[in-house]
Design a protein around this ligand. Structure first.
Ligand code: DX5
Ligand code: ZN
Length: 220
């Protein structure tokens, strides 16, 4: 696996045939598998939850990058750890005690990520930056796959990368939403190193080949 990671999002896969979607990710050059968990409260959509993660875990040993779009996520942190999630990302906007949420994720043996919505400033992460493994910059409003990439993401990547470098940290920057072969190189050059891709991968004629191409672009 290269330094930069492609993380296909299963949200865009055919849910009636998740087995094949997982198998293709497994055999591809994807580094992580991105799981989008929505509660219908924090975001206006409901995706899938614990029983589905349990089924996914049986099918693959891939690194599970789990993006919680749910309010008050601490209620389920232990459960996600027991399910075998490797990295748990919570939303800045969904946690009233973000520092505690991060502590809880780490106490449960997972890597900790924090996601921020397109309207949320990266400067708000300054007090927790040294505590986390990843920042997920939402480049669409969370809730749905297949939306248009929001351009203010580029400035946010630059600002965040310099905050990380100034503090000598090794926090990853993940971009989530509207990532394609057209913008991924630009995103990498601005300082991102994990790239979620849903529709671009799963609506493609050849998803394995598409992942290979994305991986080549950011790791060549
Ligand atoms: C949106 C999700 C994304 C989504 C990305 O709420 O967090 O992970 O699956 O989908 P695309 O790549 O189709 O924009
Ligand atoms: Zn996501």
């Amino acid at each position: 696996m290269g330094k930069n990671i492609i993380a296909p999002s299963l949200l865009a896969a055919d849910f009636a045939d998740l087995k094949s979607a997982i198998a293709l990710c497994d055999e591809s050059q994807a580094g992580w598998l991105h799981l989008d968990i929505m509660d219908g409260v924090f975001v206006p959509n409901i995706s899938f939850g614990m029983p589905v993660i349990k089924a996914i875990k049986k099918e693959t040993k891939m690194f599970l990058d789990t993006h919680l779009m749910i309010i008050d996520p601490d209620r389920y942190t232990k459960t996600f750890a027991e399910l075998g999630v490797n990295l748990l990302t919570v939303h800045y906007e969904a946690c009233s005690h973000l520092h505690r949420s991060i502590q809880l994720i780490k106490e449960n043996g997972m890597q900790a990520g924090v996601a921020i919505n397109p309207h949320t400033s990266v400067s708000l992460l300054e007090p927790v930056l040294s505590e986390i493994d990843l920042v997920c910059l939402m480049s669409v409003n969370p809730g749905f796959g297949g939306q248009k990439f929001i351009n203010n993401t580029f400035d946010k990547v630059v600002q965040l990368r310099s905050m990380i470098q100034d503090r000598n940290l090794s926090v990853r920057i993940e971009i989530d939403g509207g990532v394609t072969d057209k913008n991924i190189l630009d995103l990498k050059e601005h300082g991102a190193d994990v790239f979620v891709a849903g529709s671009h991968v799963f609506k493609a004629e050849n998803p394995v080949q598409t992942i290979k191409k994305l991986n080549y672009i950011v790791n060549e």
